[in-house]
Structures are given as structure tokens and as C-alpha cells.
Design a protein around this ligand. Sequence first.
Ligand code: NA7
Length: 874
Amino acid sequence: MNQTATVSEQFDAVIVGAGFSGLYMLHRLRQLGLSVKVFDAAGDVGGTWYWNRYPGARCDIPTTDYAYSFDPELEKEWTWSEKYATQPEILDYLRFVADRHRLRSDIEFSTTVTSARWDEQAKRWRIATDRGKEVWCRYYIMASGCLSIPKSADIEGAGRFTGQVYFTSQWPHEGADFTGQRVAIIGTGSSGIQCIPLIARQASQLTVFQRTPNFSIPARNGPAPADRLMQLSEDRAAYRHAARWSRGGIPVEPTDVLGVTASEAVRRERFEAAWEQGELFAILGVFADQGVNPASNDIVAEMIRERIRSAVEDAATAEALCPKDHYFGTKRPCLDTGYFETYNLPHVRLVDLRTQPITSISEQGIDTADESFGFDAIVYATGFDAMTGALAAVDVAGRGGLSLAEKWAPGPSTYLGLMTAGFPNLFMITGPGSPSVLSNMTVSIEQHVDWVAGCVKDMREAGFETIEPTALAESAWGEHVRDCAAITLHPTASSWYMGANVPGKPRVFLPYIGGVNAYRQACDDVVSQGYLGFRRTGRGRDQCRDGVIRSMQPDVAMVLEVMAGLGLPPMETLSAADARALMAATTATRPPAPEVGEVTDGVMPGPEEDLPYRLYRPAAPAGPHPIVVYFHGGGWVLGDLDSDDPLCRDLCARTGAVVVSVNYRHAPEARFPAAAQDAFKAVQWVDANAVSLGGIPGQLAVAGWSAGGNIAAVACQMARDAGGPRIAGQLLICPVVDSEMTRPSYAENGDGYILTTALMRWFWDHYADPADRGDPRAAPLRGSPDDLPPACIVTAECDPLRDEGVAYARALEAAGATVRHIRARGHTHTSVTMVGVIISGAPVRAQIAQALADFFPAPIAAPVTGALSHSSIG
Ligand code: NA7
């Protein structure tokens, strides 16, 4: 504050920002009867569209969708002139909205909010501005935009240049005339790519300094798309509804075509269609898997590079303009009008900073390692301190003087991108942790504003004065946001989504990538569950609904949704034969499993009949190897060598151990204790034949998933009781270790996650008589936990069997065994083992493989390849 505070007024709400968010927030709160004051540093409404006046500035979402939807009359009265409107037209639109709803009377322009302090006594925020004004408010709303704090010119010597300096983000209102000038442009993001072709028309020389080439496709601007206009005129409400419940905030039919499996003809056809359409969501959705699968992404990326090469005449320039260091879409792609063709003009030159870095900016121009350039003007199109910049620009102190900047020093932490613990009644519109910049902003803004307005209304009606997220809800949301990003290729890029463009900014993926629709549902669910994850207080009331709104891994949830949609009959309603047939049919549709060195099938003698086995030998290192005897899952009734084949390949490829997968006798044909006896016999046989199987004698581990984990655990107890063989370790993935089905994990997860309580009961009924179910060979948790081999026990959060797995881990640990307990957060009974389907299972399997490798004395290679996890490129 540069003056002494002179006035102290009271408002119900203070809003920072008079762009799309602030204007609508003001309108909504006024409708609720609140007194509101809006502050904006700009001289008028418009937010980002007030400042970014550079030549060529346009939205990159079609204007049919880049508009408010809350006011049907407004939609009738306003007609956009183009598919992608220019900055002046969008600014006119926002002025029109401000006039129409008489919003300006509550807005104080040319005023920057400098600090905000929570007063615990008053339960209000004290807001100070750079004009010396101080106001108090109950609700403090940051509608300050995601891309509103420009990055400073962080280049050595930037202050020395004596010519004209421009920032695209703070363009002079009177414009700039570059006629006859030598102009430099630094930066080739959206702003650079939009203004370069227009500045090239005026400048006598234009030199573009490019640090990272960007993917850009032709915008094909012109009249608004006829199909969208038709849909809107036919049923405006339905169109807007579809947008609100779409993935990106624009109604787009999602595809299920996978890039990796599509034919070349289909690939071309889909790409061409998106290219012709000239819309970001079209080119980002050519294939369903391009955001998660590097191979699929490469197909789209290479087709765009082909177009760049054909547009740019000079081969070296074309190559330098081809993005190769990030996956397509992991940095914001651009829409352009003649961008690449501009480099064919004789007075336009590209300087690739990767090969010719800037050493400093001088009085006359720019020096690189090889050359000194003289310029009349330098244009910085160098971007923003995105998503957190504007929030951190205000000195915010919450409960107990907690500083927002300090709290967020390791990266922003929010609940739903709407609020942050310790800062009661502080709302963010499209804050970090919400879809925001990955979506059509206008749809996300309206959704946030509506949510905040609803929240304020509910509070007032219920007599609450404060609302604040709980620490648990906030940290779980942060985990969910990270989980959603982790299954995509996004975290591999140095993008502003990751905070990577601002030196020193923590690298975390800032927006929520789970989709506008999924996000909206989460926000709605929070409300319908009585503001789950929030504490609300007021007038002697203190209501805390602590809890987690989303805990399941996003890809697991997606697969469950798809499976539910298939309408398959519940397994427990089928005969064993039909259940096996159904399982075999599902198995046949799986994606290809990881490659290993060699796979051979054989048979080994069992206690009653020969047991088929499949041996997986690693490609490297050269043998002999430690051996893992593996038992498949399927409730002792289902499953075979094929059912768990991908998991066995994955374990083999990751650990470099030989895996021997054994098919044991199944129930109901062979009931308890047949499977357990077979398992023990198989372990004995593999131990005795280790050398001929390519194994190292004495380096033998036992592993199994589900019912296979049950008989693996039992085999270890039997080996102990029989005095051998010596087992180096037991890997039990979501094992059945008890027949008791009353633990809390059954109550929590017994329905809806594939392995249900009903199915588990069906398995037990097929396998063992009730009288036998307490036998340690059926329920190893009931056996002695003494003198058992080291164990790795994997439990899944959303698995009915979770708590018995935890109990077994504890029992073994208490008995002195070395136990590694891997808790698969957000996973179900089946998801960790779904190799090639559930991407979020890969890091869990990497931990499992490490635990397995650690059973053996000498470290064995764990050759994790790009096929097993996302690899970074560049
Ligand atoms: P962006 O997309 O952040 O682009 C900024 C560009 O400036 C980008 O090419 C940067 O390279 C480059 N840059 C940034 N700092 C430097 C330095 N120090 N030296 C050289 N080059 C630099 O911002 P925009 O304004 O273009 O677009 C922002 C969003 O607005 C856009 O995505 C749309 O959503 C609307 P880098 O890639 O960091 O290597």
C-alpha cells in the first residue's frame, strides 16, 4: 500500500478482477442480494482481453462456445462476426455484458488489491488496495485469471535495450506501427504465433527467437461454424447442457478409435478431418489414446510435422520449426493463420535458441553466441506466471497469519481448485486443481461462479459465516489431480501447465485433467453430500463433513464404468463353466502384453495329475536367473495360464527373473485342499529342477494374486512345516488369507468393484466346505505366522480383501518376518494386475518388481522399458 488507508467500507463480497469471471460473479452475487465491490487494475472491464491487444490476438475456442450462457437474451442479442473473434470484438462483448447488466457501478478500475488479511474475530477479510483504500468483506473472491501476470523479461541485459520494447500481454492501447522497422520477437507460444504473421507485414526485417518450437494448426478462421450455429439455433439449452457435461467444455463426440491399432487409412482420414476443422479439441482428439500412449501421440505429431515441412520452403528452417521435444498436446497447441508460411518471406528469419542461445540483450539489439543483431523494436511474447501468479501477487494472510505464498511454496494446494485450507471464505475462480486452462474457460468460469454463488447462498440460508476445506479433503484432491495427470503424457513436458516456464517455480501439474464433466460431477457430489470435505461455522454452529470426494485412480474408475456399461451377468449367477467362458472371452480382448525373452509351455507332476506350466525367461541379463513360482487368481474356480499371462510377462520383464506360472486344479471339480496341495508340490518340483529351468538353485520365490496369493501363502507355510524347500520370499498380491468376510473393507468395497462380496461367497462355496474354511490351508491367516519367508504383501484400497491382507502383513511382521507392505492407493482387487489397460497400475507393479528382486541376494537387473511405463523424450 503506498498511501495511508483512508476509508474503511464493509461489503459482503470483494471480487478481484473484472474479466469473464469477475463480471459474472458480480452479477450472481448481486442477484443474491449481496453488497459487492470489484477491483481491477485495468481501466475497464475485460480482464485478459483488456490487456492482450497485440496484433492478431484472438480466442482459440470457437466463439459459438467462447461466450456466456447464463443469459439467453444476451445470446440472442449478440452475434459474433467470426469463428475465432479478435481481441477488440471480445472486449466489445464484455463491455456489452457490463452495460446490459449495469455492472460497472460496483467496479473500481485502475485499482490493484495489494493485501488481504483474514480477521478471525470479525470473521471477515480486510482488503487493501494500492490507492489507499481498505475495505472489509465476508467473502473474498479471486477472479483474477489464469494467465494475467506476465513473466518478466528474464533475459540477461533486458533493461539495456534503447529501442522500443513491447510485451504482447501489455500492448499499448494506441497500437504499434512497425513499418520499416527491424523487429525481434522472442517467444513462439500462442501470442507469438498469432502476432508474427501480422508484424511481418509491416516490419522491414523480422527475426523470431524461438526457444521451443510449438505445434500449431491452421485456424481456418471465417464465419462461425455452420453446424454449431445450427445446433445452437435448434436447441440452445441442449447445446449448452452438452457443453457443460463434455470433457473440454465444448460438445465434441469422443472417439474410441485408438491410434496404435487404427489402420493407416483410418489414421489419415481422422487426422485430415481434424486438420480441416481447425479446432483444438478436434486435433487433440484424433485418437482416444493420443494423450496417454506415446506411440499414438507420435502418429499425430508426425503428421503435423509433415505439414510444417511442406509449408516451409527452407528445409533447415522447417526442421527447426518442427516440435520434437514434447508430446503433442502436452504444451498448449496453437491455432494460426499463415504462421509457418511467414518464414518463406525473404525478410523473416528464425533464430533457433537451442543451437544459438541468446547471450545478452544489448543497447542496440540481441547478441547470440554467433551473431549480434541490431533492432528497432523487441517484442516479448514470453508468456505468463500461469495459474498461480495472480493469486500469489496479492499478499494474502489467512487464519493465524498463514501466508498463501508460504503455504504454496512447494506448489499450490486446493480443494477442487476453489478453496484452500487455512483461508476461510476465500474462493478462487478456475484455480489450480480445476480444469481451467485445459477447458473452454467460459464454461469452467460459469460452473465455478455458479458453485460459489450456490455455496454462499446455502451458507446464508443455514446461518453459516465461514467455510473452509479440511486438510484431508484438500490433500486427497491434490492426490486425485496428480493421479489424473500421471496417467497422461503431460508431466513429461516442460510446459507452463507444469510451472516449468518460470524459473524456480515448483514443477507440479497445475490444472485438473480429468475433464469438465468429471469435475462438475465431483463439485455437485460435494454439495449433495452436505459439503463433503468442508467445515462450516457460524452462530454457535460448527459443522465439519470431513471426507474424500474422489479416491479411485481415474483409469480404474473409467474401466469400471465401461464394464458396468457392458451389462455382463454377475459371475456368481453363472455356472462355473459359463463363468470360465465369460472370463476367456474378456481375456481375448486385452491389449498386447510386454515382450520377454522366451515363453515355453510344459507340464510338471502334481500330487494327483500333471500340472501345466508356462515358463517366462527374461531377454536380459543372460541366465541363470532367480525363479519365481507364480499362481494365477480366479477364486480357485477360474483362471489359467492365459488369464495371468500379461502379469507374468510384466513381472519377468521388470525383474529379470524366470517366472514359472503353474495351473493348479480348480474347484468345484477339485475342492479344498487340492489347489493348496498342487501349489506346494509345484514349489517342490521347481526347486528340485531349478537348474534345468534356467534358475539359480536356492533362489526361489513364490508369488500369486488373489486365490493364487492364497495358495502361495499356504505353500510357504507347508514348506516351513515340511522343512523345505527354502523360499527366498513370498509375493502376495491382494491375497485371500481368511474366510471371514466381515472386515470393514468388505462393507466399503463389497459391491461394484468386480470382486464383490457375493462373488467371493460363490468362490468359497465352490472351493471349501464351511467346516474347512478355518483350516490354515484355506485361511493362512489362521495358521502360525512364525518362521515364514520375507513377504511383499500388496493390498488395494478399494478391495474387499484389503483388510485381511493388512492383517496378514501385520501378523507376519509381529512374528519377526521382513514384510514389505505395498498399499495400492485408489486401486481395486483386479486393477493392479491389468497390464496394458490400467496405466496407474504400472508404478505399483514397478514397486512390486523391486520387492521381488530384493528377495534375492545379488541385485538382479530390473530392465523397465518404455513399453512398461511412460518414458520421457528429448
Ligand atoms: P506461452 O505459451 O507461455 O509462450 C511463451 C513463449 O515464450 C514460449 O515459446 C517460450 O518458450 C518463450 N519464452 C519464454 N521465456 C523465454 C526466454 N527467457 N527466452 C526465450 N524464449 C522464452 O505464452 P503465450 O502468451 O504465447 O500464450 C499463453 C496462453 O494464452 C496460450 O497458451 C493460450 O492459452 C492463450 P518455452 O516454450 O518456454 O521454451
